[in-house]
Design a protein around this ligand. Structure first.
Ligand SMILES: [Zn+2]
Length: 502
C-alpha cells in the first residue's frame, strides 16, 4: 500500500522500462501499490485520474485529480528495484572481523577457517539482537537500491540448542526487521540437519540443527504469516547438511507447495569431494540424477561445476545465484558465468555474507573476475562480433542489470524485477548529478550505472508503492544504526581478536 491511500504518479527525468530509457516517462501506481500504467506521457484526461499537479502534492481541484498524488523527480532516473537473491542477514555482524591471518596456522585461512567466527557471532545473538542486526543489513540493502531480499535463514534455536516456544521466533524476527525497514522479503527457511557426511555434531551449529520432520512442521506453520510483502521459499542448506532421503522429502513438499527451492551447491572443492565420497557423484550430477533440478531450483554459488554440469543446469532451467563479493572475500573461486550464460542459465546475484552490500558491485564483479582470469574485456557481452573499438558496453550492462533484477526475481518466485503494468511498484531512483555518474546521457547511463554507480547516488526507494527511502535517507536510519552499534559492542566487547574464538 502507498502511504496516502491515493494513486500516485511518478515523473522522473528518465525511466528505465522494457529494456530502454524513456525521457520524461511516467509511472502511475494504484492504491494497492501496483503499477496501473507506465510509459511516456500517460493519458491525462480528467476521468483517467491524471492531472498536471504541483510537485509533491495532490493535483488540481477536479474530482478525479484530487485523488492523485504527483511526485516530480527532476534530475533523477527511475529503475526497477534491485533483487538480492541470497542473504544471511546476521553475518553483517562479522564484517571486518575476519580479515587477518593472525592466530591461524599457515595455509588454513579459507572458507573453513572463516566459519568459526561466523558461528561465534551466530551463537551470541538473542532474539532482539537478531532483529537489530537484520534491520542493519536490510537498511543497507535499501540504501543500495534493493527492494527485495531472499533471506536464507538458518538461525532457528536458542544458544543452548533448544527450540524456542515458538520454533519460528527467529524467522519472525527477521521478517519483522524487513517489514520495519520496508523491503520485500522472501524468507528461505533453511533445513540444516547434520554437520556433514560422517562428521560428529559441531557445537557451533547447535542453533541451526533440526530433524527433517521438525523442519517441515515449522515450515508449514511459518507459511501462515504470508502477506503482500512477505513470501517464502525452502532452503535445504547443502548436500553436506541434508542427507539425500530427507532432501527428497523436502523437495517433494516444496514442489507440492509451489515454493522456490534454494541450496548451496559446489561452493567449495572440499564439498564436492565429500559428496563424491558419500554418493559417488559431485553435487550437480547427483541432483540431476535424482531428478531434483527444475525451474524453481536455485543453485547458490555453483563455483566448481563441470561443463557437463552447466549443460544439466541449463536443461533443467535452474537459476544460479552468484555472490561475487562474498566469493572473492572467502576465496571460493569464480563462477564460470560465460559458460553458464552461453548455455542459457539465468544468473541471479546475492550479498551472502554481507562483506559488502551493493548488487551493482556484484554485477560488475561477475564480469571483472572473468576479465582477470581470461585477460580480456567484455567477456559476458556474448554473441556479438563487432569490429575492434566499437562500443559494446550497453548490451553487456543490460545483461548484468538483468542479473540484479529480473533473474533475482525469477529465482525468488517474485513477479518483480521489471516495471510493467500489473507488477508491484518496486523501484529506486538515482541522482543524475551524483559524481559517480555525472554527465550521463540515455546512451551511456546504463553502463555507467552498472560499472560505476556509487551507492550515494541512490535517492528514493519505493516498495509496493510505499516510500522506503527519500532523498537518500531512511526515516529510522539513525535509530537502526545506533541500536546496531550497541549490539556490535555487546557481541565483540572484551572478546579480543576474532581468531581467538572457537
Ligand atoms: Zn550462503
Amino acid at each position: 500500500m502507498n502511504t496516502t491511500g491515493s494513486k500516485t504518479l511518478y515523473r522522473p527525468a528518465l525511466l528505465y522500462a522494457g529494456g530502454e530509457w524513456i525521457r520524461s516517462g511516467e509511472v502511475l501506481v494504484d492504491e494497492q501499490g501496483i503499477i496501473e500504467r507506465i510509459g511516456s506521457k500517460l493519458d491525462s484526461k480528467p476521468d483517467s485520474g491524471l492531472g498536471p499537479g504541483e510537485p509533491g502534492s495532490s493535483a488540481g481541484p477536479n474530482r478525479s485529480a484530487a485523488a492523485l498524488r504527483v511526485v516530480e523527480l527532476p534530475g533523477k532516473a527511475l529503475l526497477p528495484g534491485l533483487v538480492n537473491a541470497h542473504s544471511h542477514a546476521f553475518q553483517r555482524l562479522i564484517r571486518g572481523r575476519t580479515e587477518s591471518r593472525e592466530g591461524r596456522a599457515t595455509g588454513s585461512c579459507d572458507f573453513w577457517s572463516w566459519r568459526p567466527t561466523m558461528y561465534y557471532a551466530a551463537g551470541r545473538l538473542d532474539p532482539r539482537q537478531v532483529f537489530d542486526v537484520a534491520r542493519m543489513a536490510f537498511l543497507e540493502m535499501a540504501l543500495s537500491g534493493i527492494t527485495a531480499v531472499g533471506e536464507f535463514h538458518y538461525l532457528h534455536k536458542g544458544s543452548d540448542g533448544r527450540a524456542y516456544d515458538d520454533p519460528n521466533l527467529l524467522a519472525r524476527q527477521v521478517i519483522a526487521a524487513a517489514q520495519s525497514v520496508g523491503i520485500r522479503i522472501v524468507l528461505l527457511r533453511c533445513a540444516y540437519l547434520r554437520s556433514g557426511f560422517e562428521l560428529p555434531p559441531d557445537p557451533g551449529q547447535r542453533r541451526f540443527i533440526e530433524s527433517g520432520a521438525e523442519f517441515l512442521r515449522n515450515m508449514e506453520a511459518l507459511l501462515q504469516v504470508r502477506s503482500a510483502q512477505v513470501h517464502f521459499g525452502v532452503a535445504p542448506h547443502s548436500l553436506r547438511a541434508v542427507p539425500l532421503p530427507e532432501l527428497r522429502e523436502i523437495a517433494e513438499w516444496t514442489q507440492a507447495h509451489r515454493l522456490p527451492l534454494h541450496m548451496h551447491v559446489s561452493e567449495q572443492l572440499a564439498e564436492n569431494a565429500a559428496c563424491l565420497r558419500e554418493y559417488g557423484a559431485t553435487p550437480v550430477t547427483l541432483l540431476e540424477r535424482e531428478g531434483l533440478l527444475h525451474s524453481a531450483f536455485t543453485a547458490v554459488h555453483a563455483v566448481h561445476v563441470s561443463p557437463r554440469e552447466i549443460a544439466a543446469l541449463a536443461r533443467a532451467a535452474v537459476t544460479v545465484c552468484s555472490c561475487p563479493t562474498t566469493e572473492r572475500n572467502l576465496g571460493d573461486g569464480f563462477v564460470p558465468a560465460d559458460a553458464m550464460l552461453a548455455a542459457g542459465v539465468s544468473i541471479a546475484l546475492g550479498s551472502d555474507s554481507q562483506a559488502q552490500i551493493d548488487p551493482l558491485e556484484d554485477a560488475r564483479q561477475l564480469e571483472y573476475h572473468l576479465r582477470l582470469l581470461r585477460q580480456r574485456r567484455a567477456i559476458l557481452d556474448l554473441g556479438r562480433d563487432e569490429p575492434a573499438g566499437q562500443m559494446t558496453a550497453p548490451s553487456l550492462a543490460a545483461r548484468l542489470f538483468r542479473c540484479a533484477t529480473v533473474d533475482g526475481a525469477r529465482s525468488l518466485g517474485l513477479s518483480g524485477g521489471e516495471l510493467w503494468t500489473g507488477r508491484p511498484a518496486d523501484f529506486f531512483t538515482v541522482d543524475l548529478e551524483d559524481c559517480s555518474i555525472a554527465g550521463a546521457t540515455a546512451a551511456d547511463l546504463l553502463p555507467l550505472l552498472v560499472f560505476a554507480l556509487n551507492r550515494s547516488a541512490v535517492r528514493d526507494v519505493v516498495v509496493q508503492g510505499r516510500s522506503v527511502l527519500r532523498d537518500g535517507r531512511h526515516p529510522a536510519q539513525a535509530e537502526i544504526v545506533e541500536r546496531y552499534g550497541q549490539l556490535h559492542a555487546a557481541v565483540w566487547s572484551g572478546a579480543g581478536r576474532s581468531s581467538d574464538r572457537p
